[in-house]
Design a protein around this ligand. Sequence first.
Ligand SMILES: [Zn+2]
Ligand SMILES: [Zn+2]
Length: 252
Amino acid sequence: MTKIAETILDFALPERCPACGDISSDGNNFCAMCWPKIRFLNPPWCTGCASPFEYEQAQGVLCADCLSTPPQHDGIRAAVAYDTTSRQIALRLKYGGKIGLAKLIARHLVRHLPHERSDIIVTPVPLHWTRLWSRSFNQSALIGRELARLGDMEYCADLLKRTRRTPSMRGLSSKERRKVVGSAFIANPKHMPQIAGARILLVDDVLTTGATSNGCIKALKKSGASWVQLFCWARVVRGETVSETITDTLPT
Ligand SMILES: [Zn+2]
Ligand SMILES: [Zn+2]
């Protein structure tokens, strides 16, 4: 788009707050009401799962959970804590067709990218093709592509494939969810040579139970990926309860 066209468009469409949708004077940013409610995540946090620590710790310290059960992944990076406000943004992107939000989310994730990233391949958590067909886009793919562009990394839309639709997980325990979702992903056979030994950055919109991302990470590691880090917009912070109604409205 030309600069003039962009300016006209900016003028014609007032910027709206990504959280509440109210017109925001501060172009493309959160309104004064929502800004203080956004909880950006930053170190100090666990080197493994990036759960926030209350106090400054030495570099490379793991939380008790990661020490007792070493995670499959090589780190989780989320821009914000998962709550009513950040969930609203995820839902707007997912169902409201607010594709510009993917760019905003990617911008907030750039600061968490590893310094050394020239060999990293970025790939999204895939949707089942029937969902992709009905919704016409994969929100995680939009975030991933933009993040790859901003961080100057390779992007591959389909390193992973979803072999079946995930049934409703209402009322299932986290262990049951893991079982249902865990086997729904495989590494894409056509990209096997690319995956072997690769460093991969997996992108999802939100991290709640971890069942979906774990299934993806397991599939990538099984196919020889040497390092897989998960990047997402919002994550549930340990110790904070997320009501069933919230997770239920976010089918994976
Ligand atoms: Zn707002
Ligand atoms: Zn941890």
